[in-house]
Design a protein around this ligand. Structure first.
Ligand SMILES: [Zn+2]
Length: 296
């Protein structure tokens, strides 16, 4: 059973707020659980549908994917009514809940394996009017960074399912590591508040961030650094650090032999470190660093 809270007051817009799409990403889960018991009907006009634990079995297990069928919710759309458990849940979101909403906010973080610069994001869309509404929602979320995303493989994303139905869609990454902090929860609380104001539902003022968001994009595959070794990861730069093409990003030490020089990885492009592997143990094929570029 996946618990859902609905708060409605008169006629108006509907916002669909989700966390726990991945079960180990705690800012959305925590802030939306909080919202379910604190959002007051008299403060809204319209309807708010809140699902703090979108992939409920994964959240209960403390894992990214469902323990029932290994289902990654964000790779299960548009879903199937006779598919696996996760596909059936995706089908319900796709055919029942998304059509009810005007705007959807899906709050992700890095999970246990990644730590990511705190950002709200919108996708580049064919429909430029819809894209503008999404970008405005992402900017007003109030996170320190704002990303314009072009997904390499978007067909099975929840994001795509919402956007295909013509809705405003904003997603986030708010650090990670399989935990939360007062600072990241505050970002989620502020962002949810601002998203509901932007949607015309919450009758309050925007919470202004300290500064305008830094606008970033990930233009191509050279921004992703993947390990060609298994071993112990030493990241040589911190999240948010600027690098230039050729700079040393990481060393990976063998666990087979001592006295060997580590494998060294260098930046293929200028950029800033937008995401890093949180765990120091690394396997062949793991992405351990993602560089982003300022929007020009
Ligand atoms: Zn996620």
């Amino acid at each position: 059973m996946t618990p859902i809270t609905v708060i409605k007051n008169g006629e108006g817009q509907t916002a669909l707020l989700t966390g726990g799409n991945h079960g180990d990403e705690y800012e959305g889960i925590t802030s939306l659980l909080k919202l379910c018991s604190t959002l007051k009907q008299e403060n809204i006009q319209g309807r708010v549908i809140i699902i703090p634990m979108m992939n409920h079995p994964a959240v209960v297990a403390g894992s990214r994917v469902s323990p029932i069928d290994n289902g990654n919710m964000n790779r299960s759309f548009p879903g199937h009514p006779y598919g696996t458990m996760t596909e059936r849940m995706a089908d319900y979101y796709n055919r029942v809940l998304i059509p009810l909403c005007d705007a959807a906010l899906d709050i992700h973080s890095g999970g246990k394996t990644l730590d990511i610069l705190p950002f709200a994001a919108a996708h580049r869309l064919d429909n430029k009017a819809q894209e503008m509404r999404c970008i405005e929602g992402a900017r007003l979320f109030g996170a320190p960074y704002c990303f314009y995303l072009e997904e390499m493989d978007a067909t099975q994303l929840y994001d795509t399912a919402v956007e295909r139905q013509g809705k405003v869609f904003v997603t986030t990454e708010l650090h990670g590591g399989g935990t939360s902090s007062p600072a990241t929860i505050k970002m989620a609380d502020t962002g949810i508040h601002n998203f509901l104001v932007y949607s015309g539902i919450l009758k309050k003022n925007y919470i202004e961030p300290d500064s305008d968001p830094v606008e970033l994009e990930i233009p191509n595959a050279s921004c992703y650094l993947q390990s060609e070794h298994s071993g112990i990861l030493e990241l040589c730069i911190a999240l948010g650090d600027e690098v230039q093409k050729g700079d040393l990003i990481a060393r990976i030490y063998s666990t087979e032999r001592t006295g060997q020089a580590p494998a060294e990885y260098f930046a293929d492009t200028d950029g800033i470190l937008a995401a890093r592997r949180h765990l120091a143990r690394v396997e062949l094929g793991d992405t351990f660093a993602v560089l982003a570029r300022p929007v020009t």
